[in-house]
Design a protein around this ligand. Structure first.
Ligand code: HEM
Ligand SMILES: *[C@@H]1O[C@H](CO)[C@@H](O)[C@H](O)[C@H]1NC(C)=O
Length: 490
């Protein structure tokens, strides 16, 4: 068929489909801006800054409203009350994952991030347990993070106090922690296999951040019939999966059931235990995709947060000095920082929290879906509806955090300098889908940053007053603007 005719046919079908979708079951959905056929509300949104668009719309339509993103109907929740009522009070009902046609192609419903139902529950529970050291054998997760932190400091030392862009090195460390957990061993930062893996992960983050991918997700027929960067994405994922599968095979040959070395060993042991069960979720496919999910979800998030943290520390030398004073006092210079120290380091703990609050890494969370028809406030949200939650509206709430646009660790300190917890601290989301790597990520952020500040003074190339810390929003993550710094050994 002539591609132009195919396109026309395809568009007409989408048009009809969108008319049907919009007219069906709108009765008890919250109101929202009037959508156009096919494209929905995209003209009323600034796709480059979804979070700000949602905040603007919430001023007109309130904390709960409906949006059409292309063909997809979404209910938006804005502000702590609505987000908490859904994700926590109605946790089970709101625990579905919103659908991503592209991910359905790559993950095919396996793994954790894009799975649902019984499979998601079982794989998620297993992964949480394993990441909490249950069954991970002799080497604790903390051990692995500390080992990586030492290597990170050595790598930074090699920059010899000359100006550098920290992106690459700060990208290696979190990736390597996940590698150590999944594949048992960390890699040298020059190892070709490691560099290939990082390269594919980074390229995928770049691709996923482009508007083209949004278009693919909202007009799924494109995925199969059009060329485009999404094909590169699929290829990269296939590459990573085959690499993981190769590692799984090596593990199968060398496994000692009584001494699991890593995540793969733990999973294989679980598979063996459940081998009589025809419906078992512990299959090679789920193992491979879960491992890919952990790499995909755990690398860029943590490394971007670290890179942003250093920028904020450069911008606020008085904050850095206080944290370094605390590190000197509690840990000194002659031993490595450990997680036990955190309880004695309220200021540094507050700095790490404030970094995560301020940068608001994933402003509109990952989309959820309701798992059944659910009554929410005065509305009835039909099963399967996509739910978008604004984490920005929680992290930048101006009552809980006065001057929310200011970076200020006092947002997490009481008058006496003690650490002050906040229920509004939701950079990892909340409820049943809350980030599986929360504990690991917080461990990495605390240890990597204290190791760095224990060993180096940070020097900006320009006057800190002139450093710009406003995020460059790309796709669904906030990333820091480009900058350089020097690591001066203390
Ligand atoms: C600073 C670092 C990180 C941030 C800010 C972060 C944030 C998030 C957020 C907002 C979600 C979506 C939660 C939801 O759907 O409600 C998520 C999900 C997830 N994260 Fe993280 N994350 C980080 C690091 C990690 C790490 C290190 C890992 C690896 C162990 C990880 C693994 C996952 C997984 C597997 C999911 C999917 C959970 C599910 O769907 O049940 N994340 N993360
Ligand atoms: C939000 O509203 C403000 C003020 O009306 C406007 O300047 C800004 O462009 C809007 N931003 C987005 C992303 O819609």
């Amino acid at each position: 068929m002539d591609p132009a005719v195919a396109l026309l046919l395809c568009l007409s079908c989408l048009f009809l489909l969108s008319l049907c979708r919009q007219s069906s079951g709108r009765g008890r959905l919250p109101s929202g801006p009037t959508p156009l056929p096919i494209i929905g509300n995209v003209l009323q949104l600034e796709v480059k800054d979804m979070s700000k668009s949602l905040t603007n719309l919430s001023k007109v339509y309130g904390p709960v409203f409906t949006l059409y993103f292309g063909l997809e109907r979404m209910v938006v929740l804005h502000g702590y009350e609505a987000v908490k009522e859904a994700l926590i009070d109605l946790g089970e009902e709101f625990s579905g994952r919103g659908h991503f046609p592209l991910a359905e192609r790559t993950n095919r419903g396996f793994g954790i991030v894009f799975s649902n139902g019984k499979r998601w529950k079982e794989i998620r529970r297993f992964s949480l347990m394993t990441l909490r050291n249950f069954g991970m054998g002799k080497r604790s997760i903390e051990d692995r993070v500390q080992e990586e932190a030492r290597c990170l400091v050595e790598e930074l030392r090699k920059t010899k106090a000359s100006p550098c862009d920290p992106t690459f090195i700060l990208g290696c460390a979190p990736c390597n922690v996940i590698c150590s957990i999944i594949f048992q061993k960390r890699f040298d930062y020059k190892d070709q296999q490691f560099l290939n893996l990082m390269e594919k992960l980074n390229e995928n983050v770049r691709i996923v951040s482009t508007p083209w991918i949004q278009i693919c997700n909202n007009f799924p027929p494109i995925i199969d019939y059009f060329p485009g960067t999404h094909n590169k994405l699929l290829k990269n994922i296939a590459f990573m999966e085959s690499y993981i599968l190769e590692k799984v095979k090596e593990h199968q040959e060398s496994i000692d059931i009584n001494n699991p070395r890593d995540f793969i060993d733990c999973f294989l042991i679980k598979m063996e235990k459940e081998k009589q069960n025809q419906q078992s979720e512990f299959t090679i496919e789920n193992l491979v995709i879960t491992a890919a999910d952990l790499l995909g979800a755990g690398t860029e998030t943590t490394s971007t947060t670290l890179r942003y943290a250093l920028l904020l520390l450069l911008k606020h030398p008085e904050v850095t000095a206080k944290a370094q004073e605390e590190i000197e006092r509690v840990i000194g210079r002659n031993r490595s920082p450990c997680m036990q120290d955190r309880g004695h380091m309220p200021y540094t703990d507050a700095v790490v929290h404030e970094v995560q609050r301020y940068i608001d890494l994933i402003p509109t969370n990952l989309p959820h879906a309701v798992t059944c028809d659910v009554k929410f406030r005065n509305y009835l949200i039909p099963k399967g509806t996509t739910i978008l939650t604004s984490l920005t509206s929680v992290l930048h709430d101006n009552k809980e955090f006065p001057n929310p646009e200011m970076f200020d660790p006092r947002h997490f300190l009481d008058g006496g300098g003690n650490f002050k917890k906040s229920n509004y601290f939701m950079p990892f989301s909340a409820g049943k889908r809350i980030c599986v790597g929360e504990g690991l990520a917080r461990m990495e952020l605390f240890l990597f940053l204290t190791f760095i500040l224990q060993n180096f003074n940070l020097k900006s190339l320009i006057d800190p007053k002139d450093l710009d810390t406003t995020p460059v929003v790309n796709g669904f993550a906030s990333v820091p603007p480009f900058y350089q710094l020097c690591f001066i050994p203390v």
